[in-house]
Design a binder for this molecule. Structure first.
Ligand code: 572
Ligand code: ZN
Length: 358
């Protein structure tokens, strides 16, 4: 019988199936990975529910998953950085390495980047998956496979903070306390922010944010008055935030970010819900608020790993639900309902690749 390679394949909108696929053959600079943990990202749910995320559209069946860790099962003959048995976090975007963006260090902007589970490229929610060896990061023994998978969303938060220039003493406003808002808050704290205020529309998420170290929270609702919200942000912080990071993408939160940021500060926009928004730009421009976009992350996996390995960031509380690979459809259903924070799929029995007790 052929070896088991149970794989989660999205055929089309709302048609996610578990089926056997061939175990990939590796090239000389690649490794074959026995997958361990794969988290579910908002984009996975988008592809599943609508067949698209932003300008990326599903055309052919696609293997899901990009927040992942695994164990090296085989190495290509040119691979020097890894050995069979190494436990690794997988950076899901592999760029061309030759273009202007790659050569100048901003490889995340490479137009030919192959990013897991972004059409037309397959992801890694399978028993076996192959990846470029230099985009795999060996985990120290005391870092769990779950933490390895969580380096992916954490890298987004670190990138957002680095784009905002977060450093010691900064006063930071984070809009949205979903998984990306929370990792952004954790990154901002680790980078030395002195005060962090986080907003959301769900009290449960704000409770999690408080447990993870938010200094202040604001529960926003559809009928919140914008001017009053701005005033409340300033009152709670006792000053104006010099950096605002929108991790929600809603027009109302992007507007709040621009209005609340201190003159001369920075507003970072992590995600955009729709491609066009109505924003109070004139005021932001006249007050020299720098508006910066972000696209995933770049050179941030090693930083994320060192922050987790040193204990400066604890990502473990983000995982609220656990499922086995065979339960992928139930796991996606929980993620769709937005019941918790991070839903983790265990391709191998939980903790079987964690050498120390966690
Ligand atoms: O974990 C990083 C990540 N980035 C995603 C999707 C999922 N996970 N992006 C896809 C969508 N884009 S986008 O189309 N957009 C802003 C909606 O450019 C951003 C990156
Ligand atoms: Zn993602």
């Amino acid at each position: 019988m052929a070896q088991d390679n149970l794989t989660a394949v999205l055929y089309k909108t709302k048609d996610l199936r578990l089926e056997q696929t061939p175990i990939p053959e590796i090239k000389d600079d690649e490794v074959l990975l026995r997958m361990d943990c794969v988290g579910i990202c908002g984009s996975d749910v988008h592809y599943w529910q609508s067949g698209a995320c932003g300008h990326f559209v599903l055309k052919d069946p696609m293997i899901m998953g990009h927040e992942a860790s695994g164990v090296v099962a085989k190495i290509g003959k040119n691979v020097k950085n890894l050995q069979v048995g190494d436990r690794v976090a997988i950076e899901p975007g592999v760029p061309c390495r030759y273009c202007e963006f790659c050569k100048t260090g901003r490889y995340h902007l490479c137009p030919d980047i192959e990013f897991c589970a972004t059409p037309p490229f397959h992801g890694n929610l399978a028993r076996y998956y192959k990846h470029a060896a230099d985009f795999c990061y060996k985990l120290p023994d005391h870092v769990s496979m779950e933490e390895g998978a969580l380096l992916e969303p954490l890298s987004v938060g670190i990138h957002a903070c680095r784009r905002g220039g977060v450093t010691a003493g900064d006063v930071v406003l984070v809009l949205g306390a979903g998984p990306i808002g929370l990792v952004t808050m954790l990154a901002a704290k680790a980078m030395g922010a002195s005060k962090i205020l986080i907003t959301d529309i769900l009290e449960s998420r704000l409770e999690t944010a408080k447990q993870l170290g938010a200094d202040h929270t604001i529960l926003v609702s559809r009928d919140s008055n914008e001017a009053e919200l701005v005033k409340k942000v300033h009152e709670l912080l006792g000053e104006h935030p010099n950096i605002s990071i929108d991790a929600s993408g809603a027009q109302s939160t992007v507007r709040l970010a621009l209005l609340a940021t201190k003159s001369g500060g920075v507003a970072v926009l992590v995600g955009m819900g729709s491609s066009e928004l109505t924003l109070p730009l004139a005021g932001a421009v006249a007050r020299e608020v720098d508006i910066r976009g972000i696209f995933r992350y770049v050179n941030e996996y090693p930083i994320a790993l060192s922050l987790v390995a040193s204990g400066k960031i604890n990502v473990k509380p983000l995982v609220t639900h656990h499922f086995a690979l065979e339960e992928t459809l139930e796991a996606y259903e929980v993620a769709r309902k937005g019941l918790g924070i991070k839903v983790m799929i265990h391709v191998q029995p939980r903790d079987s690749n964690n050498p120390t007790k966690f």
